[in-house]
Design a protein around this ligand. Structure first.
Ligand code: NAD
Length: 348
């Protein structure tokens, strides 16, 4: 049995081991537990170092670094967003991340985070819906049936008790793929031929499309009173999914306003348009859903604290398992000041 080393060998979670860990815990239990960890960290929001993520944009996509620290541990994620990648057989979003000990600065964990990002995004969406969606919601529209979509559907089933998902994508193959992946996971799954059909009767609408432009996945007349919108896909400057009139009719909830103002749906609004920080809803200082008629909108862009919670959860759960490797990525001379001597002694 492996034990994470706290010195020079750094535990590393490969994609294989991440999949092993998720199945070891169970997909739904993993998401439920992860949502609980994210909730814990949102409730201690003021303790964290916070900064909008550091983004490097190109014509085809974005590469971002997402750091944060709670004073004891420091974490960051490297993540890309390249909507045209799938045409080349590559993923739109890939990621890896690291957690370190603030006292020594030594890494505690290096991990794949492509799967973990999908899991944490879904866990965050469902956690937020637990606070904002109409009580006893049973149907969710899932618009955009790409890599994130099944994670979202399963999270809403596990955390919010959603029973039925109505899928729509401009690419029918994506919907067929999601239908087949979700079959036998305990959800009623409906394939739809238009976004209007997908949102019909749904109390929750999730938009998760990828396009580096200001698209209109939902127009104002499509959205009725009382729904909760979980807008995942608009997460970059110049990339939005909702018509701005929907935003004006909604109460808007965000992770970290300085980042969401640049990247979220609210980039379409004036910089002083009121938004509510989710951590304040979770700590109970602000009420989220106030009436049956209210449209609540989670303008999700993904924030570093969610990745921090996810890495913290993985670090805790690999203990006592063999679901990690140990990487020799830190030079560790016997005499800490003799780095050069260590190099000389290694001469072949
Ligand atoms: P993906 O490329 O695998 O899937 C996107 C899907 O959207 C594709 O199937 C595509 O056909 C579909 N689509 C595009 N335009 C559409 C339209 N007009 N109507 C319906 N469907 C449409 O991408 P993914 O990995 O699932 O990610 C989706 C989006 O979510 C990306 O923009 C990504 O950056 C974003 N994302 C956000 C977060 C967050 O925390 N908010 C986290 C991860 C990913």
């Amino acid at each position: 049995m492996l034990t994470p080393s706290n010195k020079a060998l750094v535990p590393f979670i490969s994609v294989d081991n991440m999949m092993g860990l998720v199945h070891h815990i169970g997909i739904e239990t993993f998401i439920i537990n992860l949502a609980a960890e994210i909730e814990i960290d949102f409730k201690r929001w003021p303790m964290f170092d916070k900064t909008p993520r550091i983004a490097s944009h190109s014509d085809v996509g974005v590469i971002e670094l997402m750091p944060t620290s709670d004073g004891e541990m420091y974490g960051f994620k490297y993540v890309n967003g390249h909507p045209k990648n799938t045409k080349k057989g590559l993923q739109t979003v890939t990621a890896f991340g690291l957690m370190a000990d603030v006292q020594s600065g030594y890494p505690l964990l290096l991990s794949e985070m492509t799967l973990l990002t999908a899991l944490r995004t879904a866990a965050t969406s469902a956690l937020v819906a637990k606070y904002l969606a109409p009580k006893n919601s049973s149907t969710m529209a899932m618009i955009g049936n790409g890599a994130q979509s099944e994670f979202q559907c399963i999270a809403f089933k596990a955390v919010c008790g959603i029973k039925k998902v109505q899928l729509y994508d401009i690419d029918k193959e994506a919907t067929s793929k999601a239908m087949s992946n979700l079959t036998s996971l305990g959800l009623e799954v409906i394939s739809c031929t238009s976004p209007e059909e997908a949102i019909s009767g749904a109390e929750i609408i999730t938009t998760c499309t990828a396009d580096k432009q200001c698209a209109t996945i939902l127009s104002d007349n499509m959205v009725g009173a009382g729904v909760h919108i979980n807008a995942i896909g608009g997460d970059c400057p110049g990339k939005t999914e909702l018509h701005s009139d929907i935003l004006r009719r909604s109460d808007i909830f965000v992770e970290y306003p300085p980042q969401t103002r640049i990247e979220g749906e609210i980039q379409q609004l004036s910089a002083d348009h009121p938004v509510t920080e989710l951590w304040k809803v979770m700590t109970g200082s602000i009420v989220g859903r106030k009436s049956e008629q209210q449209i609540t909108l989670f303008d999700s862009v993904g924030f570093a604290i969610e990745d921090f919670s996810a890495l913290r959860y993985v670090l805790e759960n690999i203990k006592g398992t063999e679901l990690f490797d140990q990487l020799d990525i830190l030079a560790d001379p016997d005499n800490p000041r003799d780095l050069f001597g260590m190099l000389l002694r290694a001469k072949p």
